[in-house]
Design a protein around this ligand. Structure first.
Ligand SMILES: Nc1ncnc2c1ncn2[C@@H]1O[C@H](COP(=O)(O)OP(=O)(O)OP(=O)(O)O)[C@@H](O)[C@H]1O
Length: 252
């Protein structure tokens, strides 16, 4: 068990015949497989491949999908959406944003207890933002804001961590620091699933890869998935996408 009780052998996150569609057009089509428990899995693929759509289903923020999904309960899931989807015009402080990660444990109307304060302080220190507690989130740079969101994920102490393009707009040093946080999560046997575009980063740091082009092109150990043949196939599939294609069988 880790510090706050993450089980050493979490059940895997599984999808079976999962289809996600928008206005009747599939973004993810008939996906079946499982994300290895306690490992780092990258979801990669061309633009429009369905990566973010799949992650939002795994996160529980999209419920309108077909097929089956097995994942831990919501309190054990932390989700870091793309930075662009965070409204930085809301006048909240860095401390308050990170403390939101404790809402599942404390409720959103309860004051932080001492353990909560310690946990926020430690999380901000872990991402190199000690001293920024009272700054408004809108006053942070894009890279600093990403560190804040990582800190929020840290305090959630989740068994399943979902990251959507976590290193976008983040400089090399910050990326290295945040990759170290990912390695720590792996040592703690948490399951991490991240949407990424940098294949070298994936090769260097991730155990498993799902190569997605609306359907799974390949899914398994990184070295087996990221080969020229699979990457070529994903590109070919992307070129032949018809964004107006219906979901097969005429389902919504
Ligand atoms: N809210 C939405 N409404 C309608 N269509 C959507 C919506 N979100 C995504 N789509 C469509 O679903 C498909 C998959 O999009 P998604 O964002 O999941 O892909 P992605 O692989 O994450 O892409 P990228 O690498 O560009 O971020 C695209 O054709 C996109 O236009």
């Amino acid at each position: 068990m880790s510090r706050l009780g993450v089980p050493a052998a979490l059940p895997p996150v599984r999808v079976h015949d999962l289809t996600v569609s928008y206005h009747g057009h599939p973004a993810v089509h008939h996906l079946s497989g499982e994300f290895a428990a306690g490992a780092l899995t990258a979801i990669v693929g061309p633009n429009g491949a369905g990566k973010s759509s799949l992650l939002s289903v795994l996160a529980g923020t999209r419920a309108d999908f077909q097929g089956r999904l097995q994942r831990p309960p919501a309190q054990q899931v932390a989700y870091l959406p793309q930075t662009a989807s965070i409204d930085r015009t809301v006048p909240v402080t860095v401390h308050e944003v990170v403390a939101m990660g404790l809402w599942a444990r404390l409720g959103c109307f309860r004051a932080l207890d001492e353990a909560g304060w310690v946990s926020v302080t430690h999380a901000l220190a872990a991402v190199g933002l000690s001293g920024f507690e009272q700054r408004l989130i809108g006053e942070m740079s894009a890279g600093q804001a990403q560190r804040v969101l990582f800190a929020r994920v840290l305090v959630q102490d989740a068994a399943l961590i979902l990251l959507d393009e976590p290193f976008n707009a983040v400089d090399a040093r910050t990326t290295a620091d945040l990759l170290a946080v990912l390695q720590r999560w792996r040592r703690e046997a948490r399951t991490v699933i991240a949407v990424l575009h940098d294949l070298d980063q994936v090769r260097d740091h991730f155990d498993q890869v799902l190569l997605l082009a609306r359907e799974a092109v390949a899914w398994g150990p990184t070295a087996q998935v990221l080969n020229a043949e699979h990457l070529f196939k994903a590109r070919q599939m992307a070129e032949s996408w018809d964004d107006d294609a219906p979901v097969c069988g005429g389902r919504p």
